[in-house]
Design a protein around this ligand. Sequence first.
Ligand SMILES: [Zn+2]
Length: 315
Amino acid sequence: MLLYAGNSLARYGFGQGHPFGPDRYQVFWNAICQQGLEQRCEIAAPVDGCAEQVLLFHTPDYLSRVKALSVEGTGMLDPDTPVFPGIYQAALTVVGSVIDAVDRLVTDTHSSAFIPIAGLHHARRDGSAGFCVFNDCGIAVEHLRKRHRVRRIAYVDIDAHHGDGLFYAFEGDPEVTVVDLHEDGRYLYPGTGHAFETGSGAAAGTKLNIPLPPGATDAVFFQCWEHARSFVAQSDPEFVILQCGADSIAGDPITSLALSEQAHFRAARDLAEIVRNGCARGLLALGGGGYNRDNIARGWSAVVRALIEAETPEG
Ligand SMILES: [Zn+2]
């Protein structure tokens, strides 16, 4: 199991006191070290990305806009996403680390990786949204296609918010299976991810949106998860991506789901099993959202623990 760790990932944050502050990384890393998990996996340093990688998913106009605003250092990319000096370089580090993880999973002996801070699932091809500058999830899909000729990709998202940026980019793509459990869009940003959205055209039936009611607990999640798990397994994926946002855990300041980290543990464990038993070449877990610091610590470290245990022979 590969765990990406290093302070350059913490640069992707919108200032102290912001829900998506730079302290999110340190909270995660402290939890990992407190549990001794860093000694049970291989630590990988974050990697700087480049414009070419961003352009796998995003438009040249949008890339130029982020670069220019990053130099100015002020303003807003969209109503939710403020600019800070160096935001372009900070966002590139998330992208570069994700590309590095994909390359290592496809070619190395590791079967899983975790990258905190990544999983910026709201960004669209031509713009930012909801704290997300570059959509590393979508970039990973395009990179798997173009560089590694991986066709069938499963993207699973248990963040409280619907992963709209990823979903609509691949809504018509029959080879990208999307499973997204989230708080019902009638009550939470971005308002999408209805159960009837199952993919368009040739991709009809390849997407599974499961809106959860506000206050949904593990019991509700586990009931839905069984269907989600078998949906992924039946797609026989060659690569699996998990966006495991910790904002679906009870007590998040901006969402209303009430899961525990057991949901995150189970999702990671079951997807690792699908990778092990099928033809998939890797499982890439991306931290995603999470604005209650204790929940980031518990949710993300539960995923890391599940991935470590899945790779460690029993006994
Ligand atoms: Zn979220």
